[in-house]
Each structure stands twice: as structure tokens, then as C-alpha cells.
Design a protein around this ligand. Structure first.
Ligand code: DLL
Length: 448
């Protein structure tokens, strides 16, 4: 009985870590400055790469006097991690490393993410904050359908869910029918996966005549790829749940860098662990707060791989504002796309997620799409392949052309670009089990 009432009290707690999540900004920034000084010294003394880079930039750890001095530090890019593969950026001897994750990316060697025991513990805490803010509680039955393995999603969520005390079901991803059977049989109340895999599960469930909305499932926490607000609503409707968000990257330890709260209006960053900046992706100069640009992170408490000013390539903007949830952590907008994902069509910058939002406004098509980029003479041509709803596709070529024209007009009207649209049949687009592949670039490499 005593145990029960303690659990009930804990469940009603609003924050996982009230002290930091609601810390006044001035106090938080003081904490950040202290940690920044420590981290720069730690990296300078222990990682030859940073020792050299800081010497070249003419800045010593003692030269960091205020948060503005961050701009004096050199950037770190993905290639620096590749060049120092596998453990060249590790600040501790390997005997102090207790876990290594890795991310494959599209080319060459993977990048590695080593953790000390302390790093793992902090990561777990950051994940618990994320999950708690989404409404996950100890009595949840948590189906974790992120890929388990080198990818940080599976184990990162596992740790956070275990710390909260949920009944974790580590299904991993891939066996979609089994996901649905277990979801039903175990009475899962929370689901964790990429948004595109959530949609794959919803679609397969409908084919199997399982109505997820009738099941006990009530929350999902999705992330690891860009997804539009329209996609969020689609998942919420199809599953009858609240779809919350997780953000992170292997280079900064995985998910747990940022999360949204019940207000669903921006992603709070765990600012006591990650110092965020936005820079112009071309000039690399910091932009004023509220302007869009490339997101940069400096790790403030990581021991094994404390990256300084890491260029994420993610495009977003930061906002410091009062949130109805009471958290004081800075908020970032949903990731717009990646600077390396950005297409330039007829001189207009295009992110796949913008097209996704527009497609979701057309009732005749499914939220399953692919963007193919080709060269037509000197011009880039964008072909949007989107699945038609079954009755639309089956109605024949004329109907398909009519819907294609409607989609084309919608995109032209909102983005000002002319695209070609192909209404394709059901299952034409490969179903995602992890991160969806949205862009197929068929342009010759030297012309991209
Ligand atoms: O995707 C970590 C993660 C796992 C985050 C599970 C959330 C949930 P990487 O594989 O290294 O790590 O990929 C990192 O994925 O730079 C973004 O481009 C993208 N990304 C991650 N979360 C989001 C999100 C994990 N919520 C890269 N929205 C990042 C948009 C996201 N993009």
C-alpha cells in the first residue's frame, strides 16, 4: 500500500528533473558557462585534435570568459569524426569506455560515439526527461520499435524507459506484423519509433483489420528523421494517440538532446547538457535569436567525446519564450530539413518536409511519397511520386492525371515551383522500418 501511494505521488510529478527543467535562464547560463570552461579545458588537454585546433584558432581554455566567447572556438564537422575514426576524438582511455554506438551515414566509414559510465547515466537522465514530458509513466507498457543495435534510438529509449520504470518491450523494428500482434496482446500503452515506421505500422494494422484506435495505446514518441506537423496529425488520427517528439544525433550522444512537451510547440533543448547556436550555413556567422540557420551544439558535460561547436547540418531556429509547460529550456522549431537535404529547384530552396506538408493536405493521396531529382538540360527537375488512395488509383489514368494536376497546382501555389507529379499505386514506395528515404537524386554527382 505504502509503495502504491509513493508511485502515485511520483506519477503526478510534472517534471522529471524540476531543478534544471525550470531553472531561471540567468542561473542556467551561469551553469552553462562553468561547464563550457570545464569542457574546453577537458577537450584541449585530452584530445590532440582539439589541442591543435584551439592553438591554431589562438584561443586557450582560459580565454573563455563569457558564453559569447563560444564564437571564438573552431567548428567540428562530420569529416573530423571520419578522419579520426574510430577513437581519435575520445578523451578518455578505452578502459573507461563502457559503450560505443555508431552511425553509418551514406558514405565511407561510420562515425563512432563512445560513452563513459557517467555519459551513459546522463544520457539516461536526458531520455527520462523527454519521456516524462511526453506523459510516459511507470505503469506504461512501452513498445520500443526503434532499431536496437549500433543506432542510438533503441538503447537510448530503452534506458530512459527503464529508469522511469515502465514495462519495456524491446521489439526493435522490422517485423511489422509481430509489432501489431504484440501491441494487441500485451496491451501496449506507448510506442516509440521513427514517424515513418509508425505510419508503416498503422497501415499494416489497417490491412490486418486491427484498429489501433481501439487499443490501449495512448502516446508515441517519434524522432530520428524530419516529419511535418501534418504528419504528426496523421499519426495521431490513425493511431488515436498523442504523438510527441524526440530529437538528437549520435555525435552528441543520440536522442535526448531535445524533446517536445504537451504544448507540442517546439522542442526544448536540454540546455544544461547542450549549448546550442544557430549560424548562417554559408558564412558560419552566428545569426540573431529567432532567425533560421544551421544548428550547432557544444556538449557541456560529456566525458568520452565532448564535441565543440558541432555542425549538425540541421536547419531550424531557436526561440527563448515562456512555455505553458513551465520549462525554461530554450525551444527550437521542428527541424526544417538538413542543409545537405536541401534541393534547389528553379532557384528556390526546397526541403522535403515542406512538400510532405502539402501532400498531406490532399485527401486523394496517401502520406507515402518520394522525391526524385533529375537534370533536364541545365535545370533541376523535381518529380514527386506519391501514392494515390486505392479508389483514386483504381479509377484509371484520367483520374490519376486529374489528381496529379491538383497536387502540382497546390505545390506551385504554395512554394512557387513547378514540379512533375506521378500518382503511383499502393506500395510503390518502399515502406520504412527506420529512417525513410525521401529523396532519390539522379543528377550526375558533379552537377549537384
Ligand atoms: O537519429 C538519434 C535519434 C534516435 C533521435 C531516436 C530521435 C529518436 P542519428 O542517426 O545520428 O541519430 O541521426 C541524427 O537525424 O542530425 C537530424 O537530421 C535527424 N533527426 C533526429 N531527430 C529528429 C527529429 C538519431 N525529431 C540526425 N526531427 C539529426 C528531425 C531529426 N530530424
Amino acid at each position: 500500500m505504502a509503495t502504491q501511494s509513493r508511485a502515485a505521488k511520483e506519477d503526478s510529478r510534472k517534471y522529471w528533473d524540476e531543478k534544471f527543467e525550470t531553472m531561471p535562464t540567468a542561473e542556467l547560463q551561469k551553469f552553462q558557462l562553468r561547464k563550457l570552461k570545464e569542457t574546453v579545458a577537458w577537450a584541449y588537454e585530452r584530445i590532440p585534435f582539439y589541442h591543435r585546433k584551439l592553438d591554431e584558432a589562438g584561443i586557450k581554455p582560459g580565454g573563455i570568459k563569457s558564453l559569447d566567447d563560444l564564437a571564438k572556438l573552431p567548428f567540428t564537422v562530420k569529416n573530423d569524426l571520419r578522419d579520426n575514426y574510430p577513437f581519435g576524438l575520445c578523451a578518455v582511455p578505452l578502459r573507461e569506455v563502457v559503450r560505443v554506438h555508431a552511425s553509418s551515414g551514406t558514405t565511407g566509414k561510420p562515425i563512432t560515439g563512445p560513452y563513459t559510465a557517467e555519459d551513459l547515466d546522463q544520457w539516461t537522465e536526458c531520455m527520462a526527461r523527454n519521456l516524462w514530458a511526453a506523459g510516459v509513466r511507470p505503469d506504461d507498457i512501452a513498445q520500443n520499435a526503434y532499431g536496437h543495435g549500433l543506432f542510438t534510438g533503441g538503447l537510448g529509449f530503452h534506458q530512459g524507459l527503464s529508469r522511469i520504470g515502465c514495462a519495456v518491450v524491446p521489439t526493435s523494428s522490422g517485423l511489422t506484423e509481430r509489432e501489431i500482434t504484440l501491441m494487441k496482446d500485451f496491451g501496449a500503452t506507448a510506442l516509440f519509433s521513427t514517424p515513418s515506421y509508425a505510419l508503416t505500422i498503422a497501415e499494416r494494422a489497417a490491412e490486418l483489420k486491427v484498429d489501433i484506435r481501439e487499443l490501449p495505446l495512448r502516446i508515441g514518441v517519434f524522432g530520428a528523421e524530419p516529419w511535418s506537423t501534418a504528419m504528426r496529425q496523421e499519426i495521431e488520427e490513425r493511431m488515436g494517440i498523442k504523438a510527441q517528439e524526440a530529437y538528437g544525433l549520435t555525435e552528441q550522444g543520440g536522442p535526448g538532446v531535445g524533446f517536445d512537451c504537451i504544448a507540442q510547440d517546439g522542442i526544448h533543448l536540454n540546455e544544461d547538457h547542450f549549448l546550442a547556436e544557430i549560424v548562417d550555413p554559408v558564412t558560419l556567422e552566428p545569426v540573431p535569436l529567432g532567425e533560421k540557420g544551421e544548428l550547432i551544439f557544444t556538449a557541456l558535460q560529456r566525458r568520452a567525446m565532448p564535441l565543440l561547436r558541432y555542425r549538425t547540418k540541421d536547419i531550424t531556429r531557436l526561440r527563448r519564450e515562456k512555455c505553458p509547460c513551465g520549462r525554461t529550456f530554450i525551444k527550437m522549431d521542428k527541424i526544417f530539413g538538413r542543409s545537405d537535404d536541401m534541393l534547389i529547384i528553379s532557384g528556390v530552396n526546397v526541403f522535403p518536409s515542406q512538400i510532405e506538408s502539402l501532400l498531406l493536405e490532399i485527401p486523394e493521396v496517401e502520406p507515402q511519397y518520394r522525391l526524385v531529382v533529375r537534370k533536364k538540360g541545365y535545370l533541376d527537375q523535381l518529380i514527386v511520386q506519391v501514392e494515390g488512395k486505392k479508389d483514386i488509383y483504381d479509377a484509371g489514368p484520367e483520374k490519376r492525371l486529374e489528381v496529379a494536376a491538383k497536387v502540382m497546382g497546390h505545390i506551385k501555389g504554395h512554394m512557387g515551383i513547378g514540379v512533375e507529379v506521378e500518382i503511383v499505386e499502393a506500395k510503390f514506395i518502399n515502406r520504412s522500418e527506420g529512417k525513410a528515404l525521401r529523396v532519390v537524386d539522379e543528377r550526375p554527382k558533379q552537377l549537384r
